[in-house]
Design a protein around this ligand. Sequence first.
Ligand code: AMP
Ligand code: MG
Length: 446
Amino acid sequence: MPFRTLGDMHLDHSYADAFPELVHAAHAEEQPDPQLVVLNEPLARELGLDPAWLRSADGIQFLLGRGGNRTVAMGYAGHQFGQLSPRLGDGRALLLGEIDGRDLHAKGTGPTVYSRGGDGRGALGPMLREYLVSEAMHALGVPTTRALAVIATGRKIMRTGTVPGAVLVRSAASHLRIGTVQYTRLISTDMELTERLCTYARERHYPGLSSHEEFFAAVMDAQIATVSQWMRLGFIHGVMNTDNTTLSGETIDYGPCAFLDRFDPATFFSSIDTHGRYAFRNQPAILGWNLARLAEAMVPLIEVDTAQELMNSFPARWEQAQATQLARALGTDDPDIGRRWLEHLETNAPDLTESHRLLNDDPDAISDPQWVADWRALHPQPMEHPFHIPRNHLLDSALRAAEAGDLAEFHALLAVVTDPFNDHGVEFRGPAPEGFDDMFRTFCGT
Ligand code: AMP
Ligand code: MG
């Protein structure tokens, strides 16, 4: 039976109950004219929520964090672009509670004690961007937070100019991050809180494991599994700070994210990432760097030598995951064929997604006939490559139209990218027109 009224709701508060030190009671601000822009009905049903109720005035208030439930802002720290910020936390978001062990969380709900001068709000464009890209990632099979709804608030907010405000509601295995563990070390003098948090996260995300060492290795493997899929698909997260690296391994916080079109490993898009720290090719190394920050925060729960050994195992674990993803892309784990394919991509910089599709549809169109002949001779296994990713130029255009009040393009693109293994037509395929990438910059935190 789905929940049909607020009275039926059974949100759990296991985290807020267990960690009063790590949360602040906080309330969502009242919104002048809330309008539901997009609702993920299948996800609502999965969570046991009645879509018809969520569309009602009461349901919308619930989504906005104003249903009368207990709401908290979560504290965390984080290394941002290499610098430690000791106190970040939910500056514009609230944890509404948990349903069946998954967090329900609303972003753009107004200022909290963690806002650090920010307005606590979200802009419609970026909230819709997170909705669409996270749902596309889910459809592509990548571990990710899910998007439940975007509600326009009726507020005009200040960014570069005035833009419509909005709240995004998402669900996640949890919102625990490497930065949450770092935060416990910064606000306490002994290891008690850190130990309790790591135990809670282990029991919640990796039941069956029993030691801190196994927990650390499980986080490492989960993150490697996720980021290695980003690399196969050409996804650039854009802000791989330790506060945006989850303990569950789910991809989180789609700010200045983008997909590669033409294969250029140096690609980065974020306007604030001026040195390209989070460029496509750097993502594995940055993941290793972030995991080292987790290891540091966990010492001496994990002995320092053991932590070092675990970190030393990262390159081999990464290589293994990357080889798995390459074999998945090519239908063969032949290392020479894999190496020459990567050389082909780097030398010719073709569109990554279309190149993968050619392996399925028309290998003879690949510009290295010798490679194709050698690859064929290996009798590759069937491969499953998406026709569609959220193309930067299409998403950009859809978000501009949405900000101007027209959601048709957004809904059309959403339908395509959430069904990426069926061909929805050439207009949704292929790279941006020449010159688009040079001027394309995505913005985060907006
Ligand atoms: P993000 O880059 O979105 O992961 O956010 C990094 C940090 O900045 C988090 O602590 C956010 O809560 C905070 N933040 C981002 N935007 C705002 C805003 N408009 N108002 C207050 N805090 C914000
Ligand atoms: Mg974040």
